[in-house]
Design a protein around this ligand. Sequence first.
Ligand SMILES: C[S@@+](CC[C@H](N)C(=O)[O-])C[C@H]1O[C@@H](n2cnc3c(N)ncnc32)[C@H](O)[C@@H]1O
Length: 188
Amino acid sequence: MDEIPYYLAYESRYQKVFSAGIERWGHAPDDKVLFSTLSKWVEENKLQDKRVIEFACGEGAGGEILSKLGCIYHGVDIAPSAIIKAKAAIKQYPQATVSLLDMVNDPILEKYDAAIDIMGFHMLILDADRMKYLKNAFNCFENDAPMLFFRQSYRTTATEEKIETMEQWLHITKSYRTNEFKIYKLKI
Ligand SMILES: C[S@@+](CC[C@H](N)C(=O)[O-])C[C@H]1O[C@@H](n2cnc3c(N)ncnc32)[C@H](O)[C@@H]1O
């Protein structure tokens, strides 16, 4: 049988967080820096009443904020538990929607006026996956749509090596090895 795709390891993480009784793993809608950054971005790009897609939307904090700011929001994420939570978070905004989608491999069928990614891009490991994701995002843009990347981790001392396999990535980073990774590498 096939291996479970690596990025679904996030589903396991969300399940662990929620089953431990913790309210959320990711951003909260009252995050002041996130709120002020999105407010400025929406205003500068005139995104009120415009269609905005959020990649790796997690539990929907970005969706709540962007809907409050007047955007027509759509969030996508690969983790079903996060999508259930996000759907509940945006329920008071009738125009806001979320759906399950692998931003690396699933095409985006609709067009959008803008896109946002809050700590999503940096979660992608292989350079080929990053490229596939960016092309996917680019293809769903209407004209010169702006895209905001928020709180993406990076190291100025990181290797310049192209990351082509998970094994290579584990070898280079070592400390990034997680239990989820080991579980999800098992053939089932
Ligand atoms: C650090 S969390 C950030 C979640 C949210 N943006 C926030 O800030 O709270 C990274 C998110 O990326 C999602 N993710 C990872 N790989 C993905 C993929 N290939 N397609 C869609 N979502 C993905 C995970 O499920 C997780 O929700």
